[in-house]
Design a protein. Structure first.
Length: 289
């Protein structure tokens, strides 16, 4: 039987306050931008960006400079390449397929050359959410505000272009420009997420919550709200559960996120089983226009 020392647990909560705030912010931002990731069929792109973000962070670790800055540089390079060259899905997937092994190979090379502690190396792959300090938290909050404000500004045209790109283009929506701007915002989000949850597990916050929300709703208002709630619960819940045990935080975050997705799939069958399902795109597209 597993017992929890609640006095010790309360003390640990105070020590990881920055981490809990960071996880909450990441859950909200990742859940929100994840809606567009799903609508634009870019889950594969998230993983591709995370590989170059990992390479940038590993290079920064080797050179002894700010790891978050290196992660951001790597993410923005990947986002710019994918945004400029990968306008169409087939081109985008090909570019990502080329970038992923290149970024992963560079990252492994830099880590192999790094003479420091192995814990620092491992943290780039699985995250270092417990070690979030005030400067890192400040940078995370600043980048999150930038992403959220930019998403609010371009929300309607981006939603229109995501759901009906041909009609959006005919009505003068600058799809290519929006694609590049969105990729930059996605790159910033991935960079911060990689530092906290790791390059291998970033999909748990940027894809799974939105995928779960789209299973139970087609509402253009409810889907983003549910996605943010699911991301928040996964990230913060992972920390709270990990403090009471001996396992790393990342498996808790990914498990909670996956469990939410499974529940949403079961709810979808229960709520819509036997009835013809309406396509989600038209309902969302009407608001986007």
């Amino acid at each position: 039987m597993i017992t929890v020392d609640w006095a010790t647990y309360a003390q640990l909560l105070g020590l990881v306050q920055n981490s809990i705030i960071a996880a909450a912010v990441l859950g909200v931002v990742g859940g929100l931008i994840g809606v567009f990731v799903m609508q634009r069929d870019m889950a594969f792109a998230v993983h591709g960006i995370s590989e170059l973000s990992f390479a940038g962070a590993a290079a920064a670790l080797l050179l002894g400079v700010n790891v978050v800055a290196g992660s951001i540089v790597g993410s923005l390079i990947a986002a710019a390449i994918i945004g400029v060259l990968g306008a169409r899905a087939r081109e985008r997937n090909s570019i990502i397929g080329v970038l992923m092994p290149f970024g992963l190979g560079l990252g492994i090379l830099f880590l192999a050359l790094y003479p420091g502690r192995s814990g620092n190396k491992f943290g780039l792959l699985t995250g270092q959410i417990i070690s979030v300090d005030l400067p890192q938290l400040g940078l995370l909050l600043a980048l999150s505000v930038v992403v959220l404000v930019a998403l609010v500004i371009i929300w309607r045209p981006l939603a229109f272009d995501s759901l009906d790109p041909e009609v959006a283009s005919a009505r003068g929506v600058p799809g290519r420009t929006l694609s590049i701007v969105f990729m930059v915002l996605l790159g910033l989000t991935v960079a911060v997420s990689v530092q906290v949850i790791g390059a291998l597990l970033v999909l748990a916050l940027l894809v799974t919550p939105a995928a779960a929300a789209l299973r139970v709703s087609a509402s253009p208002v409810l889907v983003p709200l549910l996605s943010m709630v699911f991301g928040l619960v996964s990230a913060v819940g992972g920390i709270l559960l990990a403090l009471g045990g001996s396992l790393p935080i990342s498996p808790y975050i990914t498990t909670i996120s996956f469990a939410i997705y499974l529940v949403c799939r079961l709810l979808e069958r229960r709520l819509k089983g036997g009835a013809s399902r309406r396509p989600r795109t038209p309902a969302l597209a009407e608001v986007a226009r």
